[in-house]
Design a protein around this ligand. Structure first.
Ligand SMILES: C[S@@+](CC[C@H](N)C(=O)[O-])C[C@H]1O[C@@H](n2cnc3c(N)ncnc32)[C@H](O)[C@@H]1O
Length: 176
């Protein structure tokens, strides 16, 4: 039986941080058995490798001090230029665009790099907030390399739509 603490966290998360609730409760469970690269870690994401126990999870963060929050397989590096030989089924960039990935050229390179390390028909998920104050506002759809991907609808949310909490998910399939 779920502990009361877990239930309370779930209710609060849905109410106060709906996009993260979507990530944890809708997106993660749908990715069973996929090989996943999670971009950017923090203390509040340190349990993600445990939640994704049916997945092969790698994490990456450019900040070496964030490594303690990463998965067993963790890379210290920048998603814009890191060289990885492995390929992934899914790459998740939640809270990265305009949260460290702040310049158009870097964002273009990140899309290209994700393309290169995704399997054919692999899925790139970008979660970003178009209204966050004091942050750049790069819209992934204005990037040239966005065309390397096909947006698809998932979870009844749709790619590129604003959801509760002024947040946008892009669900992008790597074109062959
Ligand atoms: C908002 S925090 C955590 C994001 C996390 N994915 C989440 O679910 O909230 C952003 C983290 O992403 C990292 N980051 C920002 N830009 C990055 C990049 N280009 N490559 C790798 N990590 C990056 C930062 O160092 C920071 O630790």
């Amino acid at each position: 039986m779920k502990s009361l603490r877990k239930i309370a966290r779930n209710v609060l998360l849905k109410k106060r941080c709906y996009p993260r609730w979507v990530l944890e409760k809708k997106i993660f469970p749908s990715l069973k058995n996929k090989k996943i690269l999670l971009v950017g870690v923090a203390d509040y994401t340190k349990d993600y490798p445990k939640i994704l126990k049916y997945n092969d999870v790698t994490t990456i963060d450019l900040n070496p001090y964030a490594a303690e929050f990463g998965a067993k397989k963790h890379i210290i590096g920048n998603i814009s230029n890191v060289k990885i030989k492995e390929k992934f089924d899914v790459i998740i960039m939640f809270g990265i665009l305009n949260w460290g990935l702040d310049y158009e050229e870097d964002a273009e390179n990140a899309l290209k790099n994700c393309y290169n390390i995704l399997n054919n028909n692999g899925l790139l998920i970008i979660g970003w907030n178009p209204k966050k104050e004091n942050h750049n506002k790069i819209n992934p759809r204005t990037l040239k390399n966005f065309r390397m991907f096909q947006p698809i609808d998932l979870f009844g949310i749709g790619s590129g739509n604003i959801i509760k909490g002024d947040f946008i998910f892009e669900f992008l399939i790597r074109k062959d």
